[in-house]
Design a binder for this molecule. Structure first.
Ligand code: BG6
Length: 479
């Protein structure tokens, strides 16, 4: 649809930015915090870029007041952050660490004082290592009880002031990288376990949402799903089918479960025939149905294009670009189902991520049509090399162009009738990229932190900071 005039953004639209505990806080072993799976994983040689870790990250733990001050100056309406589970429960369960609760209480109060709506992510990948050691973390059903207990602790502590909650961040990504590609902890490659882990995580997600209803009855909660809408490479029916396969196995597999508590049929049958479908116990499907979210959180970075992949001799796992050298990523696939292929119609970043603002509109419409839920865009942004000039300016026009085109696309989706609650740009300050150190930057605020040497961590506003401030001031009219 081409619209003559676009609808305005809703008056209470949540213009925001996002972050995650491990990527910004630092203070990894301070004030009673326990060890997380990431604290351990980054210490294994060769796992992260130049051995970077989040021991200090951008020291948000000690500088949160300065960071919130910058958010206020920018006029942010909302800020999405995550809680480090091992700060609250150093062993994942058992005794509560009061100093952990204090930190997030102070942060939340600081945000509210500055009229910034907090969006709290309960789990953004940093699992208490104690739970991994005790029962394999997400590999065991025991996680459901411990996760729910952790959630209820947060609901009780912050539910009076925090009204927007994200349950699990990108379940599809942390399980895939943790159990299929072995690039994230616990560094395992096991397809059957991957689907079992996902089943447990979905059950934990549902149990957490169910408990939320009685503890924060006036709040809203949903998962954040990493959605990469599937395109077919050509109009050949076999390529269209490949894209359908991908949409079902790589997206509906999670979003159907979140919304309806059911697994998509063709994907289920495929996995069952291969002997890798998850084991479902009595009562599981009922619990999944009781965990319907209030919104679908969507982390959108790019679309993916697919073509037919032969059953025999087809492409499987390929190299993922974590070097920032354009053109070094390889196609991946599942023989007999699909394989990825480069979309020649799209420009790409230096990390080979497609730049596709229209893909966001397409994705928002697909979710609306299928699930009829409001959508919180909980992440979207551009990871690139940034250069701080001698006069302190950072001219990230490419980031402005990226965000502007995506905001326009959201407005088109809003005009189409999609209900979008808010838009959280990834990220507010520069932060540690899990596998790419500090060279791949996303922030509106540059942080003088690098892979090697000691740095003063000072904050510097990028050109995009001023640009987004003006967008917020005009409620998206001034693009
Ligand atoms: C999302 C995650 O997948 O992508 C973030 O939720 C992450 O935590 C972001 O930082 C960007 O990924 P990367 O690899 O470019 O840092």
């Amino acid at each position: 649809m081409l619209h003559e005039n676009l609808k305005s953004f809703p008056k209470d639209f949540l213009w925001g930015a996002a972050s995650a505990a491990y990527q910004i806080e630092g203070a990894w072993n301070i004030d009673g915090k326990g060890i997380s799976n990431w604290d351990k994983f980054v210490r294994i040689p060769g796992k992260t870029f130049k051995g970077t870790n989040g021991d200090i990250a951008v020291d948000h733990y000690h500088r949160y007041k300065e960071d919130v001050q910058l958010m206020a100056e920018m006029g942010l309406k909302t800020y999405r952050f995550s809680v480090a589970w091992s700060r609250i429960f150093p062993n994942g369960k058992g005794e509560i660490n009061q100093k952990g609760l204090d930190f997030y209480n102070d942060l939340i109060n600081e945000l509210i004082e500055h009229h910034i709506e907090p969006i709290l992510t309960i789990y953004h990948w940093d699992l208490p290592q104690a739970l991994q050691d005790e029962y394999g973390g997400w590999e065991s059903r025991q996680i459901i009880k411990d996760f729910t207990n952790y959630c209820i602790t947060l609901y009780k502590a912050f539910g009076d002031r925090v009204k927007y909650w994200v349950s699990l961040n990108e379940q599809n990504v942390f399980t895939r990288l943790g159990y299929q590609t072995a690039m994230h902890p616990p560094g395992v490659k096991d397809d059957k376990l991957f689907y079992q882990v996902n089943h447990h995580a979905s059950l934990a997600n549902a149990a957490a949402i169910k408990a939320f209803r009685s503890h924060v009855p006036d709040g809203k909660i949903g998962p954040s799903f990493a959605y990469s809408p599937a395109y077919a490479a050509t109009s050949k029916p076999e390529d269209v089918l490949a894209a359908e396969n991908a949409e079902e196995l790589a997206s509906h597999w999670w979003m159907d479960v979140y919304t309806w508590g059911t697994y998509p049929q063709a994907a289920w049958n495929y996995l069952e025939r291969k002997g890798i479908a998850p084991e479902v116990e009595e009562g599981d499907l009922e619990l999944l149905k009781e965990g319907k979210p209030d919104f679908m959180g969507v982390n959108y970075y790019q679309t993916t294009t697919f073509e037919k992949n032969p059953l025999h001799g087809g492409t499987s796992e390929g190299h993922f670009n974590t070097s920032g050298e354009k053109g070094t990523s390889e196609d991946t696939g599942i023989p007999g189902l699909y394989k990825t292929v480069r979309n020649e119609n799209l420009n790409r970043t230096n990390w080979d991520w497609n730049i596709d603002p229209q893909g966001l509109r397409i994705g928002l419409r697909r979710i609306t049509n299928r699930y009829k839920l409001p959508i919180l865009i909980s992440e979207n942004g551009l990871g690139e090399y940034d250069k701080a000039e001698e006069d302190g300016s950072i001219n990230d026009d490419y980031r402005i162009e990226y965000i502007e085109s995506h905001v326009k696309s959201i407005q088109e989706a809003v005009t189409d009738g999609v209900e979008v609650i808010g838009y959280c740009v990834w990220s507010f300050t520069d932060l540690l990229s899990w596998l790419n150190g500090y060279k791949k930057r996303y922030g509106f605020v540059y942080v003088n932190q690098h892979e090697e040497g000691e740095h003063d961590l000072r904050r510097m506003k990028k050109k995009s900071f001023y640009w987004y401030k003006a967008v917020i001031e005009s409620n998206g009219e001034n693009l």
